[in-house]
Design a protein around this ligand. Structure first.
Ligand SMILES: Nc1ncnc2c1ncn2[C@@H]1O[C@H](COP(=O)(O)OP(=O)(O)O)[C@@H](O)[C@H]1O
Ligand SMILES: [Mg+2]
Length: 526
């Protein structure tokens, strides 16, 4: 049975109508309704404004009542003859969204909605028909106001056009990302790679049920950290989840750094003089491409070659001497730079592989080292992908403000991630950007994301910012975003037919959370 809500009394335009409820009925802004046009075809509408009224007290009545009350505040309306049903009725303004049953998009009626037409609450059956996925999609939750209306997102739009997950800490970003990963991996073999700065995604290896086993089997853990840190993390993980995460160490060569990456890294760690930067500008790209240096584990060989370039520039010899020391220090300090051949290099096609979820655990290294690693790995993967050597993939960047900060702040990873944002769309290298501070994220990268999953955000700067970068978000949506509960989200963009408030799935296939012990556990070791 459809739930009757009210009767149309005014057609404001072909896409706007007004209806009135009976006294006592409740309707709230954002409610979805169904309404027939003069041909009898049903359309979906959304209540965009409400006004409460009452028969017994209209505008004139209120003026008179105010006069009486101002003389005697204790006067009861009952004493002056206002008796009976005192319930308010509600006047609702409705925006007609359209009908999507025979198309991929909502199509609006060409016929007017007649005065007197009945308006009903949108039934789950009608809504499901309207929201039905027409292409490959994943289900990540349900409509907030009705559990029987699942929300699907179009997989191709989500991945090939990039997406962001933006919300305050604790509102469910990582949970949402995990739900997306589980939902993709359950049905599809799209390679997924996650940069994991908190060590919280290794738990994808811990199944909660049979479906979760499939996810756990697909998950491979790669760690960039000192051997001793890695061993400790492996142990902590096993202690917490009783599962061996079977992690591998990640190693790269110094020559994997591109010129701007090495310059930035040295600058932020040890400062670089103009002359030292010039030497790297002049020689780094060329020498790191030389075949005999490509796989070298020996920093001295690289320095020797660079000297050839450095000493021919002005201030070369002295600048080169200091630069050599800095390069040696960098080489020694980066745990993921290969120092002997028994530290095996892992190739891009071992990380980006059909049916594999690769978690890159970077929780054991410092932020500057993380930025440099994100830079090396993403740029190598983009290059391989552009050549077609590895399959299409989804790359997820947690704590994205660390890697792509806004404004003039630079990091070793910013130019690379910008390139992935631009080129990745053409080459099917999708990116998911996760952050609790959208206003501190690089504008370009964020505006390349065609889809936004937005959860609770209370900072006004962040609210304004998401409105600015997304053509889909309205003022009314921002009001909702302010007061969302954990696990509630809005999805805006091309991957959904309609942006509705939703709840992200509560049921997970694998465990959620990191392996770091809490303070009470840790105290026991002392
Ligand atoms: N959809 C959800 N269903 C159930 N619990 C959730 C959901 N989203 C978040 N939570 C709870 O909130 C906590 C914080 O979520 P998390 O995703 O880690 O937050 P953050 O936004 O900081 O990444 C989780 O540990 C979980 O207990
Ligand atoms: Mg998180």
């Amino acid at each position: 049975m459809n739930e009757f809500k009210g009767t149309v009394f005014e057609t404001v335009s072909s896409t706007r109508i007004k209806f009135s409820t009976k006294p006592g009925e409740t309707v709230s802004t954002g409610s979805l309704v169904e309404i027939k046009d003069s041909d009898g075809k049903k359309y979906l509408g959304r209540v965009i404004g409400i006004q409460r009224k009452n028969y017994l007290i209209d505008q004139d009545g209120a003026v008179q009542l105010s006069s009486l009350f101002s003389e005697n505040e204790n006067l009861d309306p009952d004493d002056i003859g206002i008796r009976g049903e005192f319930d308010d009725f509600i006047i609702c303004e409705v925006e007609i969204i359209g009908n999507r049953e025979h198309s991929n998009f909502f199509i609006r009626s060409k016929k007017p909605f007649k005065i007197g037409t009945k308006v009903y609450k949108a039934s789950p059956e009608f809504l499901n028909k309207q929201l039905e996925p027409k292409t490959n999609s994943i289900e990540i939750g349900h409509f907030r106001d009705n559990e029987d209306v699942p929300i699907h997102i179009d997989l191709n739009e989500l991945i090939s056009k990039h997406f962001s997950v933006l919300a305050m800490t604790g509102s469910g970003k990582s949970w949402t990302i995990s739900v997306i990963i589980e939902s993709i991996a359950k049905e599809y073999d799209i390679p997924i790679l996650i940069f994991d700065p908190h060590g919280e995604y290794s738990s994808l290896k811990v199944a909660k049920n049979e479906e979760g086993e499939r996810i756990a089997r697909k998950t491979k853990i790669f760690v960039a950290a000192k051997e001793s840190t890695k061993k400790r993390s492996d142990k902590l993980f096993e202690k917490k989840f009783n599962v061996n995460r079977n992690s591998k160490s990640l190693y790269f060569n110094m020559t994997d750094f591109e010129t701007y990456q090495i310059i930035h890294l040295l600058k932020s760690l040890y400062e670089l003089s103009e002359a030292q930067s010039r030497i790297l500008q002049a020689g780094w790209a060329e020498i790191t491409n030389e075949p005999e240096l490509k796989d070298t584990t020996d920093i001295e060989c690289i320095i020797k070659k660079l000297k050839g370039v450095g000493e021919s520039t002005t201030q070369g010899p002295s600048a080169m001497k200091i630069l050599s020391t800095k390069l040696e220090m960098l080489y020694e300090s980066l745990p993921y730079i290969q120092k002997s051949t028994d530290q095996k290099i892992i190739k891009e096609d071992e990380i980006v592989k059909k049916g594999q979820i690769s978690v890159i655990d970077i929780s054991g290294i410092e932020e500057i080292q993380q930025q440099a690693l994100v830079a090396i790995l993403s740029s190598r993967i983009l290059k391989k992908r552009m050549k077609g050597d590895i399959p299409p993939l989804l790359l997820i960047l947690e704590e994205a403000h660390r890697y792509i900060p806004s404004g003039a702040v630079n990091t070793a990873s910013k130019p690379t991630i910008k390139r992935v944002a631009q080129e990745g769309r053409k080459f099917l290298m999708g990116m998911g950007i996760v952050s609790q501070r959208p206003s501190r994220l690089d504008d370009d990268v964020l505006s390349q994301c065609n889809n936004q999953i937005i959860m609770r955000l209370t900072n006004p700067n962040d609210q304004n910012y998401v409105k600015k970068v997304s053509e889909w978000i309205s003022e009314a949506d921002v009001d909702e975003i302010r007061s969302m509960a954990p696990g509630e989200a809005f999805i805006f963009g091309s991957a959904v037919p309609l942006s509705l408030p939703m709840r992200i799935k509560t049921k997970r296939l694998t465990e959620h959370g990191g392996y770091t012990p809490d303070i009470v556990d840790e105290l026991e070791n002392f």
